[in-house]
Design a protein around this ligand. Structure first.
Ligand code: PQQ
Length: 677
């Protein structure tokens, strides 16, 4: 047989016609959610319920970092474009995985301290002959698709404030739209549209009002200000748009998912008064002008980090005998919403995980019916879900064949407590919570959580507002989803596997051991008659950072990697050779520091990234086993001087002194001594 001809794929510009017809184009994955409706469903069916047992690794591409990998790759004209942790951009040959170019925007390591949830990046957008992505430090960068050379770069945030960018930009008609993050660090949220050719600003929409004395930017801000009290602008307000957007080209509506309040505690943020628009809302904007059209607030008077930044899907479906144009979201608060996307009218909602903060939704307005103790006015309360949500940013998928939404859920709770007093901090988070809460009024709710599976893959019927099937997992932080015409739904599990399930009943048909967590949504495309599935692995993001080892411990690959799967391939990944951590030999090691003082400092400065009580996992080393503890000089060099700055560990010399650092060391030595006891 003759060798198959090498098929060159010509590079064609990405334009409106190409994106709006993307549903029928199976050789590309042109936008973040595959199409503007963000369904993450492909009609491809070569890999199906019968053939999936022959699915294997075609190639893999190792990255140069072990931080969290959250990007959804784009595939355009035979080339894969994606971003890694630290906002680095890559282009690979989609057939072979061969590197075509890479671009490193040189984000300063010190910026990691402003990233609430790891130095992640969720991907790119493409238009014309360029690709676009946000850098962690707030730049929006345009690269030439062919060469990877920078065409323009613009600073989208005030660099003096603690903004970050982790989300992927979206493209509408020659405008690049980008949000930002920082809701835990006192910023004011907004989205901005830039001209894709020049990088010039076209419009900006703020999500929460600023200081009324300085005038409102829009009528929408004037309306929103009516729902705030006190001097909220001093603390930022929050409302960051750090991940999800969707677009309806016929309605010319851009949907943005708006985040939590800054600080979280509504008593401190707004005197405990008002709904605080547009926090925790889906907001529809006229894409051409950035004007407000409608909003739907999922959590009025947000006080628990209940973002509505989660993935939004557009679909048309029959409900109560009527065809409805809907937008669907499962925000952190635990309710699945079906909303009319033309008007913002509430159609239906139901809780998709067990919750205790509300007993249900008002049947007409969709407003939650709150439970009594959850505002933690007097007593600390266990609230379900907690700040990580019933569902976080991990993308869902909608399968028109079965009319099911596949949803990665998790069972989380948290003890919220009003602090005796609140003082804004320049480093670390500003949540307005008491870090060491006393006994809660509802300890039985915490006990209930231990009976539930850590997380699930749920197949949700959006018409009936009910689960059709679910797969249980014992770990937190499983990946986003991809469903296909082959009747399969793909998901990576946080314990290091890539799985394929039947869409109709959840039966597991295929698994591949990766040895690392997949976080983002897998994608699929077809070239030269072969269907590929791409998955990006690399444990990180909020869950392992803030939960530490409580999120699950398992062997891991050294670095993140992009993997391509196709039928009849038999590639192998490197062996996962992780030797169990041994307790440190502490003979002759002592510290003059005060471990009790160290524990408080650790909680204020370190736990945000290193997890509770030194239990780091995922992207960061377990501090209880760190040999750096053995040398006072090495420890102070890192914690005070910033000797590991390039890896995202800043020096704290401007904030704390050597005696305090030594107390942190004393505390960690105490934890290290307790290992194995
Ligand atoms: N990021 C993750 C992640 O990447 O795993 C998880 C979260 C974020 C959250 O649970 C957040 O609440 C969150 N909040 C903000 C914010 O309020 O601005 C930003 C981000 C982010 O940019 O990653 C997250």
């Amino acid at each position: 047989d003759a060798a198959p001809a090498v098929t060159e794929t010509a590079q064609r510009p990405v334009n409106a016609a190409r994106i709006t017809s993307a549903a029928g184009n199976t050789s590309d994955w042109l936008t973040h959610g595959r199409t503007y409706s963000e369904q993450r469903n492909s009609p491809l069916d070569q890999i199906n319920r019968t053939t999936v047992t022959d699915l294997g690794l075609a190639w893999d591409f190792e990255l140069d970092t072990d931080r969290g990998q959250e990007a959804t790759p784009l595939v355009i004209d035979g080339v894969i474009y994606f971003t890694s942790a630290w906002s680095k951009a890559f282009a690979l040959d989609a057939r072979t995985g061969e590197e075509l170019w890479r671009f490193d925007p040189q984000v300063p390591g010190s910026k990691a301290v402003d990233a609430c949830c790891d130095v992640v990046n969720r991907g790119m957008a493409a238009w014309g002959d360029k690709v676009y992505f946000g850098a962690l430090d707030g730049r929006l960068i345009a690269l030439d698709r062919e060469t990877g050379r920078q065409v323009w770069s613009t600073m989208t945030v005030d660099p003096e404030k603690r903004y970050t960018i982790t989300g992927a930009p979206r493209i509408v008609d020659g405008k690049v739209i980008i949000g930002n993050g920082g809701g835990e660090l006192g910023v004011r949220g907004y989205v901005t549209a830039y001209d894709a050719e020049t990088g010039d600003q076209v419009w900006r929409f703020y999500t929460v009002p600023g200081n009324p004395a300085e005038g409102f930017e829009s009528d929408a801000m004037e309306m929103a200000a009516e729902t705030w009290a006190g001097e909220w602008w001093r603390l930022g307000g929050g409302g960051t748009v750090w991940d999800s957007m969707a677009y309806d080209p016929e309605l010319d509506l851009l949907y943005i998912g708006v985040g939590n309040g800054s600080p979280w505690n509504h008593h401190i943020r707004s005197n405990g008064e008002g709904d605080n628009l547009f926090l925790s809302s889906i907001v529809a904007l006229r894409a051409s002008t950035g004007e407000y059209v409608w909003h739907f607030q999922t959590t009025p008077a947000e006080s628990w980090d209940y973002t509505a930044t989660q993935h939004m899907i557009l679909a048309d479906m029959e409900i109560d005998g009527r065809m409805r144009q809907v937008i669907m979201q499962a925000p952190k608060n635990g309710f699945f919403y079906v909303i009319d996307r033309t008007t913002g009218e509430f159609i239906s909602g139901n809780n998709y995980v067990e919750i205790n903060w509300a007993s249900g939704l008002d049947a007409v307005t969709g407003r939650p019916i709150e439970a009594e103790i959850v505002r933690y006015e007097r007593d600390p309360a266990v609230v379900i879900p907690g700040p990580l949500g019933g569902h976080n940013w991990y993308p869902m998928s909608y399968d028109p064949q079965t009319n099911l939404v596949f949803l990665p859920t998790q069972n989380t709770s948290y003890v919220y407590s009003n602090p005796a007093e609140f003082a804004e901090q320049e480093v670390g988070w500003n949540l307005g919570l008491d870090a060491a809460p006393g006994p809660t009024v509802n300890p039985q709710d915490e006990a209930r959580m231990l009976e539930l599976p850590a997380s699930q893959l749920v197949a949700w019927d959006p018409v009936a507002q009910a689960a059709r099937w679910a797969v249980d997992y014992s770990v937190f932080g499983n990946s986003g989803l991809l469903s296909t015409g082959g009747g399969l739904v793909f998901q990576g599990s946080a314990d290091g596997f890539f799985h394929a399930y039947r869409t109709d009943n959840g039966e597991r048909l295929w698994s591949f051991e990766v040895g690392d967590a997949i976080l983002g949504g897998p994608v699929t495309y077809e070239l030269d008659g072969e269907q590929y599935v791409l998955a990006l692995a690399g444990q990180g993001g909020a869950i392992p950072m803030t939960m530490g080892l409580l999120s699950g411990n398992y062997p891991r690959q050294r670095n993140g990697r992009l993997m391509a799967f196709k039928l009849n391939a038999d590639g192998q990944l490197p062996d996962i050779s992780m030797t169990p951590l041994q307790p440190l030999d502490l003979t002759g090691i002592s510290s003059e520091g005060n471990p009790d003082v160290g524990a408080v400092l650790y909680g204020a400065y370190c736990s945000v990234c290193h997890g509770p009580v030194g239990l780091s996992s995922g992207p960061l080393p377990d501090l209880r086993h760190s040999p750096m503890l053995l040398s006072q000089e090495a420890f102070h060099g890192i914690v005070l001087e910033g000797n590991l700055l390039s890896r995202g560990m800043p020096g704290f010399a401007a904030d704390i002194g050597a005696a305090e650092v030594e107390s942190v060391r004393a505390y960690l030595l105490q934890l290290a001594a307790a290992v194995g006891n």
